[in-house]
Design a protein around this ligand. Structure first.
Ligand code: URA
Length: 270
């Protein structure tokens, strides 16, 4: 009996070792996990920064949703760019890119990792950050006014590089208060150009416009974006900026009724 059992074991081992059939192991690279097809409505919600796949599935199938004000059926209706979605009472404009215009308050840094103050990104909803929205340029912590944001890299590049369309420059217009009365000679100097010390050399920059508002206030435009450029230009002509506010960037103007810290979405093609 024992001999019979040993023979069976031996035969089984022989079969296993001599079999010409390849033995597949689950850890082999050839093993592919079947992919679950992601529903297009889930994909579009994910692209809006609303959460990961699981979370967006949960939103779709367990929230009260209206698509362009009509009741929404996640299995039959398809969400498209340009649609307005209301999810449990919160409204979302579904778009490939977001363009946001903020009235930056004083005391906020234009940085995702602020060093000593709060970040302007705290003022935006988390789903904007989740989809990768960035500031198109920076304002100093004490500067107020128009700050643009987007997740459209080409738009950001156009604003930062200062080229809008074919060689058209993006003018940024600031209003500032000065600590000594403005002299006519200082306005001429700003328009003709002043020399700024850069890291390795000096550079000439000039104002694209300079308009006296009253003795202590100036409206000035620039088309370049050097570090602390406006403040350094005023120091170069013997004055000093005490408050600085940005009114416009290229064709985009800060709406009069947008309070500090508030923001709105805008359409750059409009
Ligand atoms: N120039 C400055 O000096 N500061 C700003 O915030 C923007 C332009």
């Amino acid at each position: 009996m024992l001999r019979f059992a040993l023979r069976v074991v031996q035969q089984r081992n022989e079969i296993m070792h001599t079999s010409s059939l390849p033995v597949k192991h689950f850890s082999e690279k050839s093993f592919k996990k079947p992919r679950m097809k992601v529903h297009p409505n889930v994909k579009i919600l994910q692209s809006q920064g609303l959460g990961n796949r699981k979370f967006c599935e949960k939103i779709l199938w367990s929230s009260e949703i209206f698509l362009n004000s009509a009741p929404f059926n996640p299995d039959n209706d398809l969400i498209q760019w340009g649609d307005t979605l209301s999810i449990d009472g919160n409204s979302y404009q579904i778009s490939q890119f977001k363009y946001v215009l903020m009235n930056k308050p004083a005391g906020y840094e234009t940085s995702h990792k602020p060093s000593r103050h709060r970040s302007v990104f705290e003022l935006l909803p988390p789903h904007y950050l989740e989809r990768g929205i960035q500031a198109a340029g920076r304002l100093d912590v004490d500067t107020t006014g128009l700050l643009l944001f987007s997740d459209d890299g080409q738009f950001i590049h156009r604003i930062i590089s200062g080229k809008q369309g074919i060689k058209k420059e993006v003018e940024k217009v600031y209003v500032m208060a000065l600590d000594t009365p403005l002299l006519d000679g200082q306005i001429d100097q700003l328009l003709n150009g002043v020399e700024l010390q850069e890291e390795h050399d000096t550079e000439w920059v000039k104002a694209s416009r300079a308009e006296r508002l009253d003795d202590g206030r100036l409206r000035m435009g620039i088309t370049t974006g050097k570090y602390h450029q406006v403040k350094r230009m005023l120091v170069a002509v013997g004055n000093h900026v005490t408050t600085l506010h940005r009114e416009s960037v290229g064709p985009y103007r800060l709406p009069d009724d947008l309070a500090p810290g508030q923001w709105i979405e805008f359409d750059p093609t409009a």
